[in-house]
Write a protein that binds this ligand. Structure first.
Ligand code: NAD
Ligand code: TYD
Length: 345
């Protein structure tokens, strides 16, 4: 297949490109705008592979998307490109609607025009909203997104559904829980905590730290997306998750211990507005129907991830020294929304 991967310079996209280059003989075109989150260093070494091509561009650029579909005779699309960080969507939802909704619509139209045979929409469990203490999201759980990020992903996800229902376009939707692993941008919980701990800086835990996320190693997510691409049934939705729920505070403590740092670095900061309390995925369908199971245990995955960040501190420094720094200061610096409060730690 000639596969168009969008957002292939981001965290999951770059892991997916690497996965395809080793696990398949497909040709891969990576279309990525290189926003603050896109980093070609994530793909160092891939450039030399004749099966890999990079195109810098915007999924909202219809003429470019059309050209890419035609020039590279694209037969399948795996769509990762997105604005992906909830806190940024609280600060400014517009870019989320533009990229995640409008961009997805343009991709769908152009992929349909090019008679693409498979289109995988990489969605998220956040479209389902928040859970109470019990239960897990299934594919039939009603969509109830709470953040602008989640709402924009739900809109894109529903456009995909509509393209299948209306036009019979072969879209497959995956909804995955929180990923962790190498190359994750240090605005997300795990790499942010590792980066701060390495510099003995405060570790900002939102609210009471009792929010729960269901963590999955990125390599297991990549295998699942690949499986859905090749064996999934068009029009179907597949939940992907690790059955691996952790409270934020417990996770941060575990990271601190793993790094041999002091738990005194943990600092409670004002909560994220509209903060979803708990996510948990029922991945029974993909397991039953496609035979997927996570293979990386949380203990092994976390140990590997911490080691990766320790071994790649130059990567961390580089990422943290750019525009990300301004954003970081705006959120966590003096007067920022998550500026640490006096007296709580
Ligand atoms: P990321 O922010 O690390 O990467 C996003 C990539 O998309 C970047 O390389 C960026 O440059 C690119 N991009 C952004 N806007 C673009 C545009 N207009 N045109 C072309 N490229 C553009 O995100 P991630 O964490 O790797 O997530 C990838 C996908 O997986 C997203 O769709 C996200 O919603 C979904 N997802 C993520 C998680 C998670 O835990 N990270 C979980 C479930 C689903
Ligand atoms: P995040 O990595 O942003 O993923 P998502 O919001 O998409 O689940 O956050 C994971 C959890 O960690 C979420 O409950 C918010 C919390 N969190 C903090 O407590 N402190 C932080 O600095 C960040 C970035 C997140």
């Amino acid at each position: 297949m000639n596969i168009l991967v969008t957002g292939g310079a981001g965290f999951i996209g770059s892991n997916f490109v690497r996965h395809l280059l080793t696990a398949s003989d497909d040709t891969i075109v990576n279309l990525d705008l290189l926003t603050y989150a896109g980093n070609l260093e994530n793909l160092a070494g891939c450039e030399d592979d004749p099966r890999y091509r990079f195109v810098r561009g915007d999924i909202k650029d219809r003429a470019l998307v059309r050209r890419v579909m035609n020039d590279f005779r694209i037969s399948a699309v795996v769509h990762f490109a997105a604005e992906s960080h909830v806190d940024r969507s609280v600060e400014g939802p517009e870019a989320f609607v533009a990229t995640n909704v409008m961009g997805t619509e343009i991709l769908l139209e152009e992929a349909r025009r090019a008679q693409v045979e498979r289109f995988v929409m990489v969605s998220t469990d956040e479209v389902y909203g928040s859970l109470g203490d019990k239960g897990a999201f299934t594919e039939t759980t009603p969509l109830a997104p709470n953040s602008p990020y989640a709402a924009s992903k739900a809109a894109a996800d529903l456009l995909c559904r509509a393209f299948h229902r209306t036009f019979g376009f072969p879209v497959l939707i995956t909804r995955c829980s929180n990923n962790y692993g190498p190359y994750q941008f240090p605005e997300k919980l795990i790499p942010l905590m590792i980066a701060n701990a390495l510099e003995d800086r405060p570790l900002p835990v939102y609210g009471d730290g009792q929010n729960v996320r269901d963590w999955l190693h990125v390599s297991d997510h990549c295998r699942a997306v690949d499986l859905v691409l090749r064996s999934g049934v068009p029009g179907e939705v597949y939940n992907i998750g690790g059955c691996n729920e952790k409270r934020n505070l417990d996770l941060v403590q575990l990271l601190v211990d793993e790094l041999g740092k002091s738990r005194d670095l943990i600092t409670f900061v004002p909560d994220r507005p509209g903060h979803d309390r708990r996510y948990a995925i029922d991945a029974g369908k993909i397991s039953r129907e496609l035979g997927w199971r996570p293979t990386v245990t949380f203990a092994a995955g976390m140990a590997d991830t911490v080691k990766w960040y320790l071994d790649h501190q130059d990567w961390l420094q580089q990422v943290r020294s750019g525009r990300y720094r301004e954003y970081y200061d705006r959120m966590y610096g003096a007067g920022g929304r998550h500026e640490p409060e006096e007296g709580r730690s």
